[in-house]
Design a protein around this ligand. Structure first.
Ligand code: NDP
Length: 446
């Protein structure tokens, strides 16, 4: 890091002790900004980079609720409203036992630049709780969501902050939270949350958008390399929302998706993952991934624990969680001839993994570019809510695809312009940063 950026990073470390994921995300951004600060000293003069690393507002709150046995349970809720230079804070809610402030801040920080890249008028934020929905009844999940929203409602609104889903938060949870928001505020304010059900203000394609968008991004990378998805072997990690629809779109574009996973292990299915069966197991039964192999018969095997990245593939789409693809996994992918890695999840590749991939000539697309289709389609949901309209699947998907192509091209053009041809990391970080930084300069010291 150069002499302007290093002290800023040192300050981030000192002001945010123990928040490893947040440090990792800020370091990754700052490392790309060297050519930017050389060309634009005004950003340093106005302390734009220092200010961008400090959230505008951080909310931490108690979430008490009663389980099915009548016992009082206690969780912690978070909302980090990171940057609103471009629009209302926008970003998902994560319910997972690993959640603490450092994870929410890393996700909120990434979200600022991702949202800028979409070209839509949305700022960056993120929230969640250390609540674990796994093994909880619907009634328990509802009581938790109602208690969570009983505090969160006063901080959000269609012009202020618009949460959505993330790990552990899907249509069911968004429904319970929207119901409680509506009840407390006595307003049918559709635009306050995205990821809603189709019959009550949701958008077609929102469920599919992150996974589809990641595959569209991978398709653009392959086009730039003079090839296509057709006939390729793909490995996807995870089997949640993003993974499911990445598998669906990759298969639709002619690839064979040979493996996917959850936190208990992975399945290899050389015939190609059977999506209907996967949805039945994960979405309906809410079962573990070994159930898929049990029901699928001969073509599939389950491997407990282990790394899904051991399965040979041409294209890897990490779609589970942060830091799930490390240096050793990256080396295995390279050895097996993988040529493209596109992040469906947020920061799933460790910095060492990114280095190994990049040095080996693998095209690497960071999450803030490759998974931006989810939030872009959330912004389309907000547009439909604002105009009390609902668009067709095909039209909405065409908007998603155009957005992914635009983000891809913008990354490459920006990387070129700043002397780092072919680097999607540099392109995404610099393009996202400049857009937010210019807006902050225009808005004065606030
Ligand atoms: P889901 O909860 O639907 O699925 C998460 C998947 O990842 C599950 O298969 C889960 O397995 C696995 N997983 C989660 N945590 C771990 C862990 N610590 N170790 C191993 N596996 C794990 O979440 P989403 O699909 O919505 O989100 C996946 C990723 O995509 C996250 O990084 C999220 O931030 C990112 N993302 C999501 C967007 C969206 O629109 N939903 C938008 C942009 C990014 P298990 O069930 O066993 O825990």
């Amino acid at each position: 890091m150069n002499e302007t950026l290093q002290p800023i990073f040192d300050e981030v470390l000192a002001r945010n002790p123990g928040e490893d994921e947040f440090h990792q995300a800020t370091r990754e951004l700052l490392e790309s900004l060297d050519p930017v600060v050389r060309l634009h000293p005004e950003y340093a003069d106005a302390a734009i980079i220092r200010r961008i690393c400090e959230p505008e507002r951080q909310i931490i709150f108690r979430v008490p609720w009663v389980d099915d046995n009548g016992q009082v349970q206690l969780n912690r809720g978070f909302r980090v409203e990171f940057n609103s230079a471009l629009g209302p804070y926008k970003g998902g809610l994560r319910f997972h036992p690993s959640v603490y402030l450092g994870i929410i801040k890393f996700l909120g920080f990434e979200q600022i630049f991702k949202n800028a890249l979409t070209g839509m008028p949305i700022g960056g934020g993120k929230g969640g709780s250390d609540f674990d929905p796994k093994g909880r009844s619907d009634a328990e999940v509802m009581r938790f969501c109602q208690s969570f929203m009983t505090e969160l409602y006063r901080h959000i609104g269609e012009h202020t902050d618009v949460p959505a889903g993330d790990i552990g938060v899907g249509g069911r949870e968004i429904g319970y939270m929207f119901g409680q928001y509506k009840r407390i505020t006595n307003r049918y304010e559709s635009g306050v949350l995205t990821g809603k059900g189709i019959s009550w203000g949701g958008s077609l394609v929102r469920t599919e958008a992150t996974g589809y968008g990641t595959v569209y991004f991978a398709q653009e990378i392959l086009k730039a390399r003079g090839t296509s998805l057709d006939g390729t072997k793909v490995v996807v990690s995870g089997s949640g929302n993003v993974a499911t629809y990445a598998i669906e779109k990759a298969a639709a574009l002619g690839a064979t998706v040979v493996a996917c996973s959850d936190s208990s292990g992975y399945v290899v299915d050389e015939a190609g993952i059977d999506l209907e069966l996967l949805k039945e197991v994960k979405e309906v039964q809410r079962a573990r991934i070994d159930t898929y192999a049990e029901k699928r018969g001969d073509s599939a095997t389950f491997v407990a624990g282990g790394s899904v990245w051991d399965v040979p593939c041409d294209i890897a789409l990490p779609c589970a969680t942060q830091n799930e693809l490390d240096e050793a996994a990256a080396a295995t992918l390279v050895r097996n001839g993988c040529t493209v890695v596109a992040e469906g999840a947020n920061m799933p590749c460790t910095p060492e993994a990114v280095r190994v991939l990049t040095e080996a000539g693998v095209s690497f697309a960071p999450g803030k570019a490759a998974n931006a289709g989810g939030v872009a389609t959330s912004a389309l949901e907000m547009q439909q809510n604002a105009s009390r309209d609902s668009w067709s699947f095909d039209y909405t998907e065409s908007r998603l695809q155009e957005t992914m192509v635009r983000i891809h091209d913008r990354c490459l053009e920006t990387a070129d312009a700043y002397g780092q041809p072919g680097s999607y990391v540099a392109g995404a970080n610099i393009a996202g940063f400049i857009q937010v930084a210019d807006a902050m300069l225009a808005l004065g010291v606030i």
